[in-house]
Design a binder for this molecule. Sequence first.
Ligand code: AMP
Length: 550
Amino acid sequence: MLAGCTPWPEDFAARYRAAGIWRGLTVPEVLEQTIAAVPDKVALIDGERALTYMELGQAIDQLACAFVRRGLKPLDRVVFQLGNSADLVVAFFALLKAGAIPVLALPAHRHSEIGHFLAHTEATAYLIPAEVRGFDYREMARDLAREFPALRHVFVDGEPAEGQADLRMLMAERTEARVADEMLAARKPPADEVALMLLSGGTTAIPKMIPRTHDDYAYNFTQCATATGVTGDTVFLAVLPMAHNFTLACPGTLGVLAAGGMAVIAPATNPETVFPLIERHRVTMVCTAVPLVTSWLNSDVPERHDLSSLDVLMNGGAKLVPELRRRIEERFGCRFMESFGTGEGLLNNTRYDDPEELRFHSSGRPISAEDELRVVDLLGEEVPDGTPGELQVRGPYTIRGYYKAPEANAAAFTPDGFYRMGDVVKRLDGYLYVEGRMKDLVNRGGEKISCEEVENHILAHPSVAEACVVAMPDKVYGEKACAFIITRLGAHLDFDGLIEFMAARKIAKFKLPERLEIVEAFPISPAGKILRRELRARIAAKLEREGQAC
Ligand code: AMP
């Protein structure tokens, strides 16, 4: 296994293999089974472009060979930041077939985050779109290439800048099928090798990388597809960022392709884009997040379209309130499914046939019988069912450690290998109910903001003496970030000044605080720690008074 990763102990691995959970297949091999079974079926639709399974497989192999010829080596890390497109799917699989490890960044990440991914993974390549909504990724890549000499290749999906390569030219290179087969067979990793790295929506100052193996990730998306009723008849709409774990593999594009269904790629998330696509392609499954589905519910666009094909609408990333779950079923004429999961592994879903009470109120139950869950109190003792406690999990697709992060691992995993999710849940009859969390982050409608990471950016401001970032309630996003700041003696700071300063630090926009509270002092516990809970309560009460809270 790649150095810096923690394998499952051998007895667990043997058990998962014997039970047929780890099938010894790489992620591309799972797709190849579908290609062999239904070669002429349409796998992907991107605008007017439709790719059959056979065409998808060929495009992947051709690009994989081009990557090998460019010098990508087995286990090379490749920061992957493509936007939603068929090219994203082709390039993702092509990297895996070339034996490289994509590190899945989000379109919103900027210099600060990408620089960290490049440094931490020592990536040799970086895949970007040319420009999206006025942001030029090529310029960012050029700056980063100067800083990181290990970065040998920048591949651009679009017109490249000087010194960068055109991904579409690579895609157009032809390799004879027999030669390609030989070339790629030599690159096939063992199934217990790391396939990709996801980014943790965690709490530390620097985002952690989640190494997922072929065995574990293949099980993640095939098992999630089974649990959520995905079949060859599923038409899936990919609308959130496709390189995020939820849209990629929970069950996501990968789960749908493994089952022989079809994935339709939405170029934007607004109702004017989404609902015509549902009608046109007879979409059956849409996976979305709190702010998005709230905006769809507040729009009159859905009424103007035939949504009779829509069978399942799934929410993930943050809890959706029961009232909105009910409205989704009523307005869109579909089943609602809640997905409560994590990039580190564990996935819970409500099931299609669950009674209303569970569909509207619970956070679902684990997708696998092999998921071992514990709900514990502050001393680590298991609590009885119905009592809230911290959720800990171990299982065949929950990692045993982050990539090259011994300190974070010591805090995030118990000595017997359980991952501390940091969520406070209640368990009843096998179903979970998320009640709160112990970790310091802001869950902005599914996008996680590490308080510590943002505080460090704020602390760099010359007027700031101390900073504490907490979640404040928001009607649409559930939570947004509020920065409590103590300024230096005599210094002045206003909201616009803070935001301008932080934006200049080139961080993802969703992490910027959305409110500033200047204070004289922070509430402190007897042990000298900032009482974040008190600050959260203070801003919630203030918003309530202002009539802005939920
Ligand atoms: P990530 O790994 O970035 O997907 O974040 C995982 C975290 O998101 C979980 O530990 C929860 O805190 C939160 N989360 C995800 N889905 C839900 C949900 N349906 N309800 C409540 N919290 C959720």
